[in-house]
Design a protein around this ligand. Sequence first.
Ligand code: 0WD
Length: 262
Amino acid sequence: MPETGAGAMAGKTVLVMGIANRWSLAYAIAQALARQGAELVLTYQGERVKRSVEDLGAEWPATRVYPCDVSQDASVATFFEQLAGDLHGKPLAGVVHSIAFANKEDLERPFAATSRAGFALALDVSAYSLVAVARHAAPLMMEGGAIVTLTYLGATRVVTNYNVMGVAKAALEAEVRYLASELGPQGIRVNAISAGPIKTASARAIKDFSSILDHVAQRAPLRRVTDPAEVGDTAAFLLSDAGRGVTGDVIFVDSGYHILGI
Ligand code: 0WD
């Protein structure tokens, strides 16, 4: 059943990066955007997920799908060149960056054991990629718009086993502020959504992830874990005109868990 219709995003083109499968947060965001009438551009990392992203994209009419591996400068440059050509001068209104990666062993062993290479890889894919994407996307956002990335509480608090990914998310959140300051004069807003823990392929790489889910369900003010659709709706809000006054910020969509002390 196609989820399109006139809505807050009607006539707007939004790039969504980071769908791997139907459990991906990027997929929930794409669904929310499509429901509000956005035309979607999806990217996939490589051949491993190509089919799955193409199949998911086929649910929405006029969706364009391209490969883009954010760890490769040439892949990022080629993708944005192709996109610019295919849009024929139509502006890009929004970008969703929903991408992260760290070696599994770095999410299991003591943080102090993180290797130089593992640190560089996690920061490159999970944090630097937003800088590269914003640099290429901004010239296509001629009428302004919004960029949204995904972060987690582990950026500012110690979350067991989140380790180097917490450091990458801290860098990502700082990037949100620097990019918001730099791109604001062009009418481009930049924000992060700090999502509560959700069972996705990436999350399963974190050791003892299910005990984190149980803890949140028992303790969060709303006494439940985060539903991906809640993240989707908040992203759609930030990308729409309704979010026009919000930039450089981290919005928590986590059942309120982050307010808790003891
Ligand atoms: O609990 C969670 N699931 C939370 C996730 C809580 C708070 C934040 N997040 C964040 C993640 O850190 C990430 O930034 O949300 C974002 C999306 O993650 P996800 O939806 O939980 O996980 P997943 O479905 O795995 O999507 C992440 C995708 C990769 O998936 P796989 O499973 O194939 O590694 O990031 C993509 C890839 O599709 N990705 C890349 N894309 C382009 N180039 C690259 C790359 N080099 N590396 C990973």
